[in-house]
Design a binder for this molecule. Structure first.
Ligand code: G1P
Length: 322
């Protein structure tokens, strides 16, 4: 067989970067003394679902961009020899497996962000670890259902087309100001159950009236390493922070030879947001209902609860509005 008919090897990104240095004010007071990423969702911390999502997409090297007070996150992915031998000695095999599951997911590395200068600044801390390869970025506030693999598609799109890839979600127009908004070329191409579009530009958290679209950039990216040089010259933007969205805007205008070009994968699957209180409650109910060990009993109780629940004459506990 002549070499001309051989397909060039497709190299998918192998490393994931997960910024976890943020303060987590939306989950206060729960996140006062523990990182927001360690808040329990059913029976494991929210960050474990995100690392599971990375591992399922074949990203076995995970770099956490951390900060002071975030040590519990790295501890969670470490092994605990004393606890493991105690569980082993007492024959608690299921618990032992659950403890080992998080430490066996991926090779976890850590770098400190030091100063809170924005998402773009956090991602730029990964330069030395990532080197010259494309890499994924997963934000910790939400995670996607393993039955609707988004990251897998994004990694394929990046390997086949080069440049960078962002995940896009059609949101209610009045909520677009919470996100980076993408300007995309019209006709979406159908591919692997998801639409792949060319991103022409992006704006970080535009006012609703000025938003160029209702396509929100959600927290999954596969980035070309050219992003690091772009981030080095990205001036502080929205909120005085170095914005990843601003770097993407520049990448979208650069040529393929320079590592430019941005594609968007429009996500239409199930997504759980744990970064805000109401969404967090919904995520627990949805994930609890799907569990093979809890779902049947939990749903029976929930149906009964909803049918018989009476509005209280006064609310028992006051909340803290965002
Ligand atoms: C960040 C990004 C924003 C993106 C969002 C997705 O904002 O800056 O472009 O749409 O994540 O969750 P944050 O939510 O950290 O303020």
């Amino acid at each position: 067989m002549s070499s001309s008919v051989l397909e060039p090897p497709i190299h998918r990104a192998r490393k994931a970067v997960i910024p976890v240095a943020g303060l987590g004010t939306r989950l206060l007071p729960a996140s006062k003394a523990i990182p927001k990423e360690m808040i329990t969702v059913v029976d494991r911390p929210a960050i474990q679902y995100v690392v599971e999502e990375a591992a399922e997409a074949g990203l076995s090297d995970v770099l956490l961009v951390t900060n002071r007070g975030k040590g519990a996150i790295s501890d969670h992915f470490d092994s605990v020899p004393d606890l493991e031998s105690a569980l082993e000695a007492s024959g608690k095999d299921a618990l032992l497996a659950s403890v080992r599951a998080s430490s066996g997911l991926a090779h976890i590395h850590e770098v400190r962000q030091g100063e809170a200068k924005g998402l773009g600044h956090a991602v730029n801390q990964a330069r030395d670890h990532v080197g010259g390869e494309p890499f994924a970025v997963l934000l910790g506030d939400d995670f996607n259902d393993p039955r609707d693999p988004l990251l897998d598609t994004m990694l394929d799109v990046q390997a086949e087309r080069g440049g960078s890839v962002v995940a896009l979600l059609e949101v209610e127009p009045e909520t677009i100001s919470l996100y980076g908004a993408a300007v995309v070329e019209e006709a979406p191409e159908a591919g692997r159950g998801a639409d792949v579009v060319r991103v022409l530009s992006a704006v970080e958290k535009p006012p609703v009236q000025e938003a160029p679209s209702n396509l929100a950039i959600i927290g999954r990216y596969v980035l070309h390493p050219a992003v690091f040089d772009v981030l080095d010259r990205t001036e502080p933007g929205k909120g005085g922070e170095i914005q990843l969205t601003d770097a993407l805007m520049e990448l979208a205008t650069m040529s393929t030879q320079e590592g430019g070009g941005v594609h968007g994968v429009v996500f239409r699957g199930r997504r759980y947001d744990t970064g805000a209180k109401l969404d967090y409650l919904k995520a627990i109910v949805q994930l609890g209902a799907d569990r093979d060990d809890l779902g049947v009993e939990f749903m029976a109780w929930l149906r009964e609860f909803v049918q018989t629940y009476e509005e209280p004459s006064e609310r028992l506990r006051s909340g803290f509005a965002d």
